[in-house]
Every structure is written in structure tokens, then in C-alpha cells.
Design a protein around this ligand. Structure first.
Ligand code: NAD
Length: 355
């Protein structure tokens, strides 16, 4: 066994149907008196009884999160929270709302209580991202790690099937890269493998029947494990590729992850055989990369970067950017190898097919 370092997350996690009802108690635990609420509009409706219960302790509601956290919006939200005398921030929604909450926490120090409603996993990480002048700056800071996370599957019921499927594949990507991360460890590998298993088991049923609360619960459990895996390790080639593609071509975040993942896993298959065995075992498949590709097909997700709107002329530029400042990765990065990966992902062929 390789030597390792393991740091447990400092977040308090409360999981289960109806757990959003515990938000007032969790606010009391922080001794907060005025809560600034940041929410994804489509996720706020079911939370209105809790907000009514909080009454005058709700200092204000900010329901305009945007993807990739524009710096101006973050500044506006922080100023609003400050003007309202907020002493805590309650975030309800997907990665965009959580990202905005983190940007507020980063500069104000306000503690965060987060109720995630997608499977993106940001709630379990101390990673933030802010976009300024078209460039997304990311970093890690303990101030943005939520103090409490309330995982309530009932709040994910309204997430449409296609978004649930792509968001779930985004979460699986965190697990796959945690399994071969340079700073991985045996505990996170257990969580990552279990995260893939839970999500792969839940997502097909959930796509067929979005109101299936058992499937929703299992998927959210997998998303928690995936977020923890993401927050505890350093991501590799797959996340670097998605960072470049998302930043340069404004591709939809979760769908792009779903398209690229089987190809990035294929790239690393020989350098990380143990991780691939675990991926395959969790998927109940003979082979990790092929199993990921088949799962995405079963979920009827887009299979090519071309179908997401990426121009073929951008592949060279993307390969250059990925290899110019690579993330640590089990297989050495070569320009030709990364370009071949991108070409396969662009055209939507099965991983390992020469294009
Ligand atoms: P998102 O928050 O933009 O949500 C995607 C869509 O789902 C939106 O249209 C939103 O309105 C809708 N939605 C959310 N919850 C809903 C619900 N309950 N019912 C109906 N619709 C709902 O996107 P996301 O995929 O959740 O997150 C992606 C963002 O998060 C990206 O910017 C990514 O960079 C960031 N992210 C950050 C981290 C981190 O650790 N910092 C980790 C993962 C993702």
C-alpha cells in the first residue's frame, strides 16, 4: 500500500427526506440571527414553508445565481448581504447558487449552510470559482467550505430527467478521478467506488421515473460521496479537459463531463489499472471506460462534443491548452494523445475507437 494522508471533511452532513426542515436548528447552532438566502429559483418553491418558519430571521433572498459566478454578481450579492446585516448565508440550489454563496463567504467570512438540489457536489468542497473578464479563477479556501450541508432528496424531485442524468454523470466523474488521484487514499477510494455504484444504480430508474423517491435518495447519497471525493483529492486529465472546454467554448457543464469522461478514463486505463477495476466493479461492467460510455448511452445523454456545439476547429487549441498546464495525471500527457482523446469525444465514438 502507498503511504497516504487523509483529512476528514469539517462539514456537518444531515441526510434524509425532509432534512431541509432542520435548517432553523442548524442556523441556531451557528448562533446566527439574520440569514441571507441565495437560491436557484426553480428550487426555492418547496422551501417556502421553512423560510416562512424563519420569518424575520430571513434578512433577504437573492435568487439570481448565474453559471460560473460572474465577479460583478458576486460583489453585488456580498454588498447586499452586508447591507442587510446578514450573519450567515443559507444556499438552496445547484452548483451555480452554491458557487455564488461561496464567493460571498470568501470575501465576507459569512458561514454557509447549503441545501444542494443537483448532484454537482460543490457543497462538499472548499473549491471556489469566480469569472472575471471571461477568465474563471479557481482556488481553495477553508472559508468557503459549508459548515452544514442538508441533503434532502425531496428537493431534487423537480430536477428534470435530462439534468438529473447529466448531473449524475458529472458526479461519477469526480469519483473516477478520485480513484486515480495522486493524493488519493484508501478511505476516499471506498467512498468513490460506492459513489459510482450508487449513482449507476439510481440514474436509469430515475430517468425512467423522476418521481421515484428511492432512486432520488440513492442518487443524492452517491452525489454526497462524489462531492466528498472531489473535495479531498486533486482532479486529473478529465477535469482539466472540461475546465478548458467549458472556459473556451462555453459548453454546458454537466453534459460536457458526461461526454468526455469515458475517453479520459480510456486514456488512463493502462496507467491506473486498479482504479479501472474499481470503476468496472461499481458499474457491473467488464471494463471501466466502456461501462461509462454505455451508462451515458443508457441515460440518453449527448455523446459528442459536436452535438454540444463545439467547433471541430477548436480541438487543436484545446489540446494545446490542456497539455500546456496539465493537472497531475496517472498517464503522461502527450499532445497527440490528448488530441486523439478530444477527437474521439468530439465525434462521439466509443472510447478507444481511432477517428
Ligand atoms: P446549476 O446550478 O446551474 O443548475 C443546473 C440547472 O438545474 C439550472 O438550470 C437550475 O436552474 C436547475 N436546477 C437546479 N436545481 C433544480 C431543482 N431542484 N429543480 C429544477 N431545476 C433545478 O448547475 P450545476 O450542474 O448544479 O453546477 C454546475 C456549476 O457548479 C459549474 O459552474 C461548476 O463549475 C460548479 N461546480 C463547482 C464545484 C466546486 O467544488 N466548486 C463542484 C462542482 C461543480
Amino acid at each position: 500500500m502507498q503511504p497516504f494522508i487523509y483529512c476528514a471533511s469539517a462539514s456537518r452532513v444531515i441526510f434524509g427526506s425532509g432534512s431541509v426542515g432542520r435548517a432553523p436548528d442548524e442556523i441556531d447552532r451557528l448562533a446566527a440571527k439574520r440569514v441571507f438566502v441565495i437560491g436557484t429559483p426553480s428550487a426555492l418553491g418547496p422551501v417556502s414553508p421553512v423560510l416562512a418558519q424563519l420569518g424575520a430571521r430571513v434578512a433577504g433572498i437573492f435568487d439570481r445565481p448565474e453559471p460560473h459566478v460572474p465577479a460583478g454578481l458576486a460583489e453585488e450579492a456580498r454588498r447586499t448581504a452586508q447591507a442587510l446585516g446578514a450573519d450567515a448565508c443559507l444556499v438552496i440550489g445547484g452548483g451555480s447558487a452554491i458557487g455564488l454563496g461561496k464567493a460571498v463567504a470568501l470575501t465576507s467570512g459569512l458561514p454557509l449552510i447549503v441545501v444542494p438540489t443537483t448532484y454537482a457536489g460543490s457543497e462538499m468542497t472548499s473549491i471556489y470559482g469566480i469569472t472575471d473578464g471571461g477568465v474563471k479563477r479557481t482556488g481553495r479556501d477553508p472559508r468557503v467550505l459549508p459548515r452544514t450541508v442538508l441533503y434532502d432528496p425531496t428537493l431534487t424531485m423537480s430536477l428534470p430527467s435530462n439534468l438529473s442524468a447529466s448531473s449524475g454523470m458529472n458526479a461519477i466523474a469526480h469519483c473516477v478521478e478520485a480513484l486515480y488521484a495522486q493524493d488519493g487514499n484508501p478511505v476516499i477510494s471506498l467512498m468513490a467506488e460506492e459513489g459510482i455504484r450508487a449513482l449507476a444504480q439510481a440514474l436509469p430508474g430515475l430517468v425512467a421515473c423522476p418521481n421515484d423517491e428511492n432512486a432520488r435518495t440513492l442518487a443524492l447519497y452517491g452525489a454526497w460521496l462524489a462531492g466528498t471525493s472531489l473535495g479531498s483529492t486533486t482532479m486529473a486529465l478529465h477535469h482539466k479537459a472540461c475546465h478548458v472546454l467549458g472556459g473556451s467554448f462555453d459548453l454546458p457543464h454537466a453534459e460536457m463531463h458526461s461526454v468526455v469522461l469515458p475517453h479520459a478514463a480510456h486514456y488512463n486505463r493502462e496507467a491506473a489499472p486498479g482504479a479501472m477495476n474499481r470503476v468496472a466493479r461499481a458499474l457491473g461492467s467488464d471494463e471501466g471506460p466502456a461501462g461509462l460510455f454505455e451508462l451515458a448511452q443508457r441515460l440518453q445523454l449527448p455523446r459528442s462534443l459536436a452535438s454540444l456545439g463545439m467547433p471541430e476547429s477548436g480541438l487543436l487549441h484545446a489540446a494545446q491548452q490542456i497539455t500546456a498546464a496539465p493537472y497531475p495525471n496517472p498517464a503522461p500527457l502527450s499532445f497527440d494523445g490528448v488530441l486523439a482523446l478530444l477527437q474521439a469525444a468530439w465525434s462521439g465514438v466509443a472510447p478507444g475507437t481511432v477517428t
